[in-house]
Ligand binder design. Structure first.
Ligand SMILES: Cc1ncc(COP(=O)(O)O)c(C=O)c1O
Length: 459
């Protein structure tokens, strides 16, 4: 049994009692995977849930327990699990083949949706994941500018390739994480978001910066929110100095608005990375943006310009299944009020959670932007009014410092016992299928969770 927890917590005991099938699966997984898991964010003690089925806003585990799902396919499922139109498109495609080793019309339709929805998109190159998309964006920026350094912002996440590891969860001094070459980490400059003066200094000190990349609503899906004024300053300052601006819209793309954060804030980045909702819940990613930059992937354009082409193979680039799911999903995003509905639920969810915290006198707060939820568990025990919580008034350390705390762990387990799966942020991502029932079920589970945590003396 994967169990390093020795505790007599009633919450953990109740979780174990309700999830015997997951426990059995976890024992097998321990013999197969490091830590028994296949994605770091699924690590939870004593073990995570094993899910067999999902539909709309809900999922069911091997023990038959039902959950309101806020993991949302790590943000990929704006339309909920198995949206009928996405399922139909994938069914139809799988009958017609999953890989042609050739171009196909569905990739054209997919790219047309990207160009239609994303304001800065002039050309698209599909990849297999968001990590691959940010890797290509960085390479394009370096090749285009002939410069080597990249500005990243502390705590911002852009996938797991070598340029993106320091300064996301640790190594905030920019030193390389295990297995990364010092020469790679050394070409990444870590900056503070919302600090215009610091950014100006960095840009003045280095004349070899190819690009700045960021999550445009702030680190960790706005757990650390960005002031839109900072985005405008960043755009102006990078433009003035010939530094490319890359919006990593892997989470915000097609979620914040159909055109992503760039449409919301009226900012035109040079390059944009996309994934998740882009491919309707199947694997996929893309880098999109200025034609003159993406021309570095173009055989004729590079030849005419006498420049070296950037090679880009990739077995599953624009694979027909992801393309079919992507077309179905983007069509819904582009022709309905999907983003608005999810945002509205997000707002109601945050408000209702804060009302519970206030009624129960818990000094925590739900916050977030658009269809994203974060829960502040107040590690420094400062006085707050949950319904008026303003994350800008709190330090980065207090907004992020509670991520691994025991209390977050128990909060998540207690919510699961109550039939709600929050992510480890702690918080979640909302879909268009979350409705009145899910809201009431979530609030009921939260009330029970608060009572259980109080009984254990955690709050
Ligand atoms: C903002 C952001 N960029 C990039 C990535 C990496 O995407 P992928 O997991 O598809 O490699 C993620 C994944 O969560 C992300 O949130």
């Amino acid at each position: 049994m994967p169990d390093t927890i020795t505790t007599n917590s009633p919450i953990i005991a109740a979780y174990r009692a309700a999830t015997l099938g997951s426990a059995a699966a976890a024992i097998k997984a321990q013999q197969l995977f490091p830590s028994g898991i296949t994605h770091d964010s699924r690590y939870i003690e004593p073990y995570g849930l094993y899910i067999t089925r999902a539909k709309g806003p809900r999922k069911w585990d091997v023990d038959g327990n039902e959950y309101v799902d806020y993991f949302g396919g790590h943000g990929a499922l704006l339309l909920g699990h198995s949206h009928p139109k996405v399922v139909a498109a994938v069914h139809e495609q799988i009958e017609r083949g999953t890989h042609y080793g050739a171009s196909h019309e569905t990739e054209i339709a997919w790219a047309e949706w990207v160009l239609r929805l994303v304001p800065s998109a002039e050309r698209v190159r599909f990849t297999s994941s968001g990590t691959e998309a940010t890797l290509m964006a960085v390479r394009l920026a370096r090749a285009f500018t002939g410069k080597s350094k990249i500005i990243r912002f502390k705590h911002h996440f852009h996938g797991w390739h070598d340029h993106m590891t320091s300064g996301f969860a640790n190594h905030f001094d920019g030193s390389p994480t295990a297995g990364v070459l010092p020469g790679v980490a050394g070409n990444v400059l870590l900056a503070e978001q919302n600090d215009v003066a610091g950014l100006a200094r960095l840009l003045d000190e280095h004349n070899d910066i190819a690009a700045a990349i960021l999550e445009p609503t702030g680190a960790h899906g706005a757990r650390l929110p960005i002031d839109p004024q900072f985005l405008h300053a960043l755009r102006d300052m990078t433009q003035q100095r010939g530094v490319l601006l890359i919006f990593d819209e892997v989470v915000t793309g097609f979620r914040v608005t159909p055109g992503g954060a760039q449409a919301e804030y009226g900012i035109r980045p040079d390059l944009t990375t996309l994934a998740k909702i882009l491919s309707g819940g199947l694997p996929g990613g893309a880098v999109t943006g200025r034609k003159d930059i993406l021309d570095l992937l173009d055989f004729q354009a590079t030849k005419a310009a006498e420049r070296e082409k950037i090679a880009h193979p990739g077995t599953f680039n624009a694979n027909p299944l992801s393309a079919a799911a992507g077309v179905a999903a983007l069509e819904i995003v582009g022709t309905s009020d999907a983003c608005t509905r999810a945002n509205r639920y997000g707002e109601a969810l945050r408000r209702r959670i804060n009302e519970v915290f206030e009624e129960e006198r818990v000094p925590w707060a739900a916050y977030g932007t658009f269809s994203m939820l974060h829960i502040f568990t107040n590690p420094d025990r400062v006085a707050i009014t949950p319904t008026q919580f303003d994350p800008y008034q709190h330090s980065t350390e207090s907004l992020t410092g509670n991520r691994q705390a025991d209390i977050v762990h128990k909060l998540r387990l207690a919510m699961m016992i109550g039939g709600v799966d929050f992510n480890g942020s702690p918080g979640g991502l909302v879909s268009t299928t979350h409705g009145e029932e899910e809201l009431e079920d979530t609030i009921a589970a939260l009330r029970k969770t608060v009572h259980m945590l109080k009984q254990e003396g955690e709050i």
